[in-house]
Design a protein around this ligand. Structure first.
Ligand code: SAM
Length: 464
């Protein structure tokens, strides 16, 4: 039974509203089971992700999946015949000869996405009501922008459609404000996805819902209770950034000024300019590292550690809460990746533990938040794969007790979870494996928690 309905709102266009009260976080508000108007993988993910079900789990887990290339175009790959057939019937039969002619060049993501819409329309595969719903969505960018004009020309030529070029150009501008990032079960972006009904959801930095992908299906879940006739809001951007950064991103990409409660409250913060400068410094550091391929892992680690210290020193004095602020979270994440790449698993472990125990409960009070669950899963995986003696000796904690605690937390929170079912399945299987290990549990969680607290505090002091 439908849980939402579209309604017009002054100043926001149309939005989605609840039809009945939603009492439990994790409740499904919208589920899109049918193929969307268009969806494509990012060019960088075409080689390691199935273009039928968008599953890249085997690759993500470091175990390259057997994907079979489409022998005609050699651009897309599939995990099996069912996925190939499904995609062939949906749109690939139409685009395949075009891709084959262009091979090894690959069209940009947005061009492949619009090409799919145009080819399906031309071949009677897209229903008029689907097109009407798409054309009703808000659009802002000018369709006479040079890149859009060129892209529309290319789509017209490749598809052989007699559709007006201006109409094709308007598809591109509509795509810009209405597409979702298609994300893998571990929250990494892998493509573009546009379904006209779910695109009606408006933004709030103080959102009450979240979009999750279950392979090729899209699900919108409540992150907290929502009253009847309340608007469903998702967040279009990363809300951990400060209000000025968020508002700039929303203005540039979505053409509106957010006036949600969170923005209004944060605009009164007297330290806003310093927060913005810190975010800019963090972004510059991450960009400089990623554009220096010659840097060794050890240099990268040093750069991030020094960067965190320097940025922190330039912040106003009372920065006790810095760990839950940007750019420190983004820098910590980069540091964790660099430590894992360098094989320094115990150092990465303590950073993941800081994230899970100290940062996420404050940042994502909702236990079901997909990032909070993903971070917990990352901590569980790194705990399981780091030498047990190494962790026990350095941090004075029993890693198996920590692992059981984190997995138990993940399993207990499953009913509220706003993460992909694939992740849930992996968690359950890991939990069953670990909880069956017979072991001496003389030291229970409370004692380990106390020791861990010391280790976390030591590490936090060292980094700041
Ligand atoms: C994905 S669409 C959402 C559906 C849109 N309201 C419509 O009627 O097509 C994104 C656009 O909706 C509008 N929008 C979304 N959230 C808003 C907000 N909090 N305040 C004002 N406008 C908003 C902006 O025009 C934005 O570019």
């Amino acid at each position: 039974m439908a849980k939402t309905t579209p309604r017009a709102i002054p100043s926001m266009g149309t939005g989605l509203f609840t039809l009945s009260p939603i009492t439990t976080p994790g409740t499904e508000l919208v589920r899109i089971d049918t193929p969307p108007l268009t969806a494509v993988l990012n060019s960088s993910r075409l080689a390691d992700t199935c273009a039928g079900c968008y599953d890249s789990s085997a690759t993500v887990e470091g175990n390259p999946q057997e994907l079979k290339e489409c022998t005609r175009c050699r651009v897309v790959r599939y995990c099996g015949k069912n996925c190939q057939l499904k995609d062939w019937r949906f749109a690939h039969s139409l685009e395949c000869p075009i891709f084959a002619k262009l091979h090894p060049r690959i069209l940009p993501n947005n061009v492949r996405a619009v090409l799919r819409i145009v080819l399906r329309l031309k071949n009677g595969k897209c229903k008029q009501d689907e097109l009407d719903a798409f054309l009703k969505l808000n659009t802002h960018a000018r369709a006479d922008r040079n890149d859009i004009v060129l892209a529309a020309k290319a789509v017209k030529e490749y598809s052989g459609t007699d559709m007006d070029e201006d109409l094709i150009a308007s598809f591109f501008t509509r795509l810009e404000v209405n597409t979702f990032n298609l994300v893998a079960y571990d929250c990494t972006p892998i493509g573009l996805y546009l379904d006209s009904y779910s695109s009606l959801m408006n933004h709030s930095c103080d959102y009450n819902a979240i979009v999750v992908f279950d392979g090729d299906r899209m699900v919108v879940k409540a992150t907290r209770p929502i009253g009847k006739d309340e608007q469903v809001f998702i967040s279009y951007i990363d809300t951990t950034y400060c209000v000025t950064t968020r508002r700039r991103q929303l203005k540039e990409r979505y053409f509106f000024d957010c006036d949600c409660l969170k923005c209004t409250r944060e605009l009164e913060n007297p330290d806003l300019a310093a927060a913005e400068a810190a975010e800019a410094a963090g972004e510059a550091l991450i960009n400089s590292v990623s554009s220096s391929p010659q840097l060794q892992d050890a240099d990268i680690i040093q750069k991030y550690k020094t960067g965190i210290n320097t940025i922190l020193k330039n912040m106003p004095s009372n920065q006790n809460s810095y760990i839950t602020k940007q750019p420190f979270m983004a820098l910590r994440n980069e540091l964790i990746v660099a430590l894992i790449n360098a094989g320094r698993y115990d150092d990465a472990w303590i950073q993941c533990a800081i994230e899970y125990f100290k940062i996420d409960p404050l940042l994502y009070p909702n236990r079901g938040h997909p990032l909070r669950r993903m971070h917990a899963w990352r901590l569980a995986k790194i705990t399981a794969s780091t030498g047990q003696n190494q962790l026990a000796q350095r941090f004075n904690v029993d890693p198996v007790v920590v692992l059981l605690h984190v997995l138990q937390w993940l399993v207990d929170g499953e009913s509220e979870a706003c993460s992909a079912p694939l992740l849930q399945a992996q968690i359950r299987s890991a939990y069953q494996g670990v909880s069956q290990v017979r072991r001496d549990t003389r030291m229970g969680w409370p004692a380990v928690e106390e020791r861990l607290e010391h280790a976390l505090q030591r590490e936090l002091e060292e980094l700041s």
